[in-house]
Design a protein around this ligand. Sequence first.
Ligand code: MG
Length: 213
Amino acid sequence: MIMTTFDIGYFKAVIEEMAAMIEVERDYLTSLDSSIGDGDHGINLSIGFRDVSKQLEQFDTAAENISTLFKKVGMSLLGKVGGASGPLYGSFFLKMGVAAQNKQAVSFAEFVEMYRAGVTAVQNRGKAELGDKTMIDAMLPAMDYLTQHQEADDVAAIMQEALVVMKQGAESTDNIVAKKGRALRLGERAIGHRDPGAESSWKLFECFVKKLG
Ligand SMILES: [Mg+2]
């Protein structure tokens, strides 16, 4: 059996990949938010992840651990990102960090536990249910998929499949009205537009997949 460990170096590389991805996708994410929100999602995440990148310049993986890494990311996003997504993504990373229990490396099942803690934090903050046209529509199906397969050996395949599930969840927001967030006011006019948070959440998850093995 091949044991995949998710260590501090892996997670630091994932966060750097996230920061780079947000720069590339900034205008696209903002354009999604322009259609049904206030047009700042990509810009806000870019401001947040630029601060994250700055924090990581001083980050010593030998002296730190996964919890302190994710806490730094969460605090940056909480402090710098405006709109609804700052508190949501900030809580997501903070709670993933708490669940890592100051370890330098975690198993796949422990990673899934971290992810579950992050998604639960988003749910607790945003109070969104499945089908409300929010990032939960992407995160929750992936969380369930990962939980069902957390003891599997082929971690890379499970992660790839969880990503597919997330993308499908994001696509499902195209054809529903919003029950949370700014798009709520649009009613039926929100139909035909993807939720920006659902889209950014699978793109962030893709960074975990990309940096595997
Ligand atoms: Mg916005």
